[in-house]
Design a binder for this molecule. Structure first.
Ligand code: A3P
Length: 304
């Protein structure tokens, strides 16, 4: 039965995950109609883990020979217009016609948990690849809460932190439980390292150049010594940095309407590690850490 979600709409419990109507319908259409190509590259995330950033990085790594850095598509377009939201595009069309029409290699993104993707995408026989990014759940929660309040109607009172926290801890949030989402991709990255690359937001923040090289190697487009000597990795890091992207006019656009319920500027807030300290009480942080510890017990994975 539908459960009242704390974000924008109702969420439905489906094969262990909480999905909105559009994610559920998009996932079903994906199963029935999507034909992956061996060249497909999928940016996969749980919301608020760095989708926008990873979209920008993957786009600029893959297309680095096609564009000049001084006049780059990322300075005119939001990353969601360059790396298309798979289940969203399919839901809007009611079919796969838009994604079928994209030239190869297609750059797509999804929030769907690994276990909810069609076998045609996750089978080792299928060559499409996933780049996944996760983030400390405390920062994810705070980012989600801010995002939800930004999108909330001005006529409604803001979502109380405590109410949102309770929901998130119970796993009831878009594409949640958050921990199960992360573990699904993490296990897939261990079982199929050529298919799934697993990154952490905090690592990309700390050593962005190393992460850019890692993504390029995974996608089999490593940087040549000549590119290294031209400092192309550093150019990409700079281009995709929060400072640069959040200051682009296109990403300051705050227009929302019924056809575009989320504005470009909604995807940029602080872009920092550890902002949760400014919002969560020590008891809340401890409670969330405790849940994380329990969820990760015996898996060999941690967020540090
Ligand atoms: P905060 O709310 O903590 O600032 P997503 O893209 O998955 O929706 O995630 C949004 C989060 O990533 C927001 O986090 C946003 O500010 C941050 N973000 C957006 N672009 C970024 C970038 N280029 N570098 C680092 N963080 C970025």
């Amino acid at each position: 039965p539908p459960s009242k979600g704390w974000w924008l709409d109702q969420l439905f419990h489906y094969h262990g995950f909480w999905l909105s109507t559009f994610a559920l319908r998009g996932s079903m259409l994906l199963h029935d109609h999507f034909k992956p190509r061996p060249t497909d590259i999928i940016v996969a995330t749980s919301p608020k883990c760095g989708t926008t950033w990873l979209r920008a990085l993957v786009f600029s790594i893959v297309n680095r020979h096609s564009f000049d850095f001084s006049d780059h598509p990322l300075s005119k377009m939001n990353p969601q217009e360059l790396v298309f939201f798979l289940e969203g595009a399919i839901y809007i069309d009611g079919s796969t016609s838009f994604v079928d029409g994209l030239p190869s290699p297609r750059l797509l993104s999804t929030h769907l948990p690994y276990s909810l993707l069609p076998k045609s995408m996750t089978d080792d026989a299928s060559d499409c690849r996933f780049v996944y990014i996760c983030r400390d759940p405390k920062d994810v929660f705070i980012s989600k809460w801010h995002f939800a309040n930004k999108l909330r109607s001005k006529h409604l009172p803001p979502i109380a932190l405590e109410e949102a926290f309770d929901s998130f801890c119970k796993g009831v949030s878009h594409y949640g439980p958050f921990w199960d989402h992360v573990l699904g991709y993490w296990k897939a990255s261990l079982e199929s390292p050529k298919k799934v690359l697993f990154l952490k937001y905090e690592d990309v923040k700390k050593q962005p150049s190393d992460c850019v090289r890692k993504v390029a190697e995974f996608l089999e487009v490593p940087f040549s010594p000549e590119e290294e000597s031209k400092e192309m990795v550093e150019e990409i890091v700079k281009l995709c940095s929060f400072e640069n992207m959040s200051n682009q006019e296109v990403n300051k656009n705050a227009t929302r309407n019924s056809g575009r319920p989320i504005s470009n500027s909604d995807f940029f807030r602080k872009g920092e590690v550890g902002d949760w300290v400014n919002h969560l009480s020590p008891q809340m942080a401890e409670a969330l850490d405790h849940i994380t510890e329990q969820k990760l017990q015996g898996t060999g994975f941690n967020f540090r």
